[in-house]
Write a new protein. Sequence first.
Lengths: 147, 225
Amino acid sequence: MEEILNNINEDDLLLCLSPSLTGQVKKLAQSGLDYNAIGNSIANFPITGLITKGNSAWDKEIWKNVKIELVKIFCTEDTEYDKLRGELKEKSLGLKDGIIPLITLAINNVFGVTAGFIAPFVIIGILMFVKVGKEATCNYLKAEHGL
Amino acid sequence: MGMVLPIATLNEDKVIENFLGSATVLKQKGNSLLLVTCAHLLNNQLNPIIIYPPHSGILSNLQSYPQAAFKFSPVEVLDINPLLDLVFLKLNGIEGLITLPSLLDDFQKIEVGESVVVLSYPFAPLGSVLETFHPCFVSAKGLRIISPELGVKELILTYHAHTGSSGGGVYSQKDGKLCGIVRGALAISDTLRIGNIPVGTDSSVTFAISTEEFIKDVTYYINQF
């Protein structure tokens, strides 16, 4: 799994986000936030601020849940993701049309019904691994979530 | 003008569970529509559907109510942008060509005091699928600060938003262009509720995300259809 992460370019990964979110994540990074803080900020956003009218169905645990699944994928031998690990070893996989959809779908199968909701968080989570390195990120996330 | 449709969710038995609010049609490609609604209406555990209202989303048609049953179709969640409070949706199986307005690409082109119209389904969570045409004015232009380097452009409207208005389209009276998506209203925290409906929080300071913030996303998603 380390080889896959090593071959991912940070800028290419950012471009897997929608154009608006790519620009926003870049600006948040410029303001000094690391990708974990950016994920936290984005996951909290739809239900914060001055607008309080009505209900919010938004699940702000989404970022935490995605990070826990990424730890299982990249930092453990959890058998739940054996099929995914096999698929990711395919040499010709592209990023936007291969690696990201495969990981998103695999995580989605574990805890959700709608892949579109978690895709940006999967990308920001992988950005953590690409930017800081696999070992450091695994250690950090395991400590953060008591894994 | 544009087309706005009600959005709801299905339960495990494929029966309509909750009406949520409004979803604005952005583009058509072949038999598919690209729509947008508010992220705060949904989460990854919900199965969103689009309701086909009795007037087929055409405001000049008669809207018969109440309805005992509705036709609906599931929609695919393509992507989210939580910072904009938006979810992009794909609806398949559309027959015929729908006339849709263009999107305003420049926030500078809309003025404070300008007349706009909000199309939405107020009180959708009560089960209402009555689409309304609400003329109002741009009362201010806002920049919602997210970080020192990042702000989100918003129209502030005199529109009196209700629960269910979220996701509704804001259209210029001048040229009919879609210029924003309603996302909420400035309100005191609700202390009284009737079911899920907050009471005593009404205000006419309503926020809409500027189309300039997501116009590039529209091309990005429609190219994937």
